[in-house]
Ligand binder design. Sequence first.
Ligand SMILES: Nc1ncnc2c1ncn2[C@@H]1O[C@H](COP(=O)(O)OP(=O)(O)OP(=O)(O)O)[C@@H](O)[C@H]1O
Ligand SMILES: [Mg+2]
Length: 308
Amino acid sequence: MSRRFDVTGVGYTAIDYLGVIPHFPEENLKLELDRLKVQGGGPTATATVTAARLGLSTAFIGKVGGDYRGAMMLMKLSGEGVDVSSAVLEDGALSQFAFIMVDAETGRRTILWTRGTLAPLRPEELDMKMISSCRGLLVDTLEPAAAAAAAREASAAGAKVVIDAGTLREGVREILPHCHYIVASETFAGQISEGRGERAALEEMMKYGPEAAVVTLGERGCVALSEGGHIEEPGFEVETVDTTGAGDVFHGAFLYAVLREWDIRRCCVFANAVAAMKCRVLGGRTGIPGLAEALEFLGEHAPGLDFI
Ligand SMILES: Nc1ncnc2c1ncn2[C@@H]1O[C@H](COP(=O)(O)OP(=O)(O)OP(=O)(O)O)[C@@H](O)[C@H]1O
Ligand SMILES: [Mg+2]
């Protein structure tokens, strides 16, 4: 069967207002932001952009409001070559956005975010043809009802499904049985294991039947569990300017690697590398590399592994 897109993303998109702060603010303070950037964000949207930068054909389905921020989100995705013809516009709604403070010293981000006044994306609003005709599907935990329906459809049609398991909120457990790769944040790992640690979290996730479960650990890289056993892959040391979107980028790169049919170790190393490269520049999307740049980085920093 010929596939219309390599990757379809179904989930959350946002506009990020980012600025660098000299130190974390105390209460009742005025602090001037340095180097302000306004750009697209959101887990699935940025993961989809990552897949596009790496050279895949991509589409994004998510909801935006009928305001200028909604238009900006779609324009920024289109500008990356991401097809947004099946995105859903909610006229009259205030679009989602985030204020992000980036610490000048550590590059760590603090995010204040809102969904605006948008209603959740509903399964019946999804273009199922676009979902059943992709090779790989990206979903997140911010639009659980749509993610569950999309994951079920894509998986039944033979696509590989990767979930960015950011937060264990209501409806998320219904998505997990349809995912081939559950790639979780430390927050999610803490929730699903009830604080029993990463190993217990990986085991809990494997109960849903994926090919592998992964927990991302920020600069420490990631850990994974699959039939082949447990692996730990350290992060790549880079000069960190901004960690905003590192997790989102990890997921897009991870799906790219899955579609190349690399083994789980190479999927983890590749995603660690692409996410670390992202951290060298301000903004969730600015530093996402293309494939040639990513392979060059890996050749230099992980010379023992073959990514051809
Ligand atoms: N400071 C850093 N240096 C190098 N790599 C990093 C750094 N921070 C993050 N990464 C890479 O990005 C991946 C994802 O980061 P992290 O675990 O912080 O995601 P997250 O908790 O989902 O947060 P978010 O989605 O908001 O970025 C890590 O597994 C690692 O590969
Ligand atoms: Mg994340």
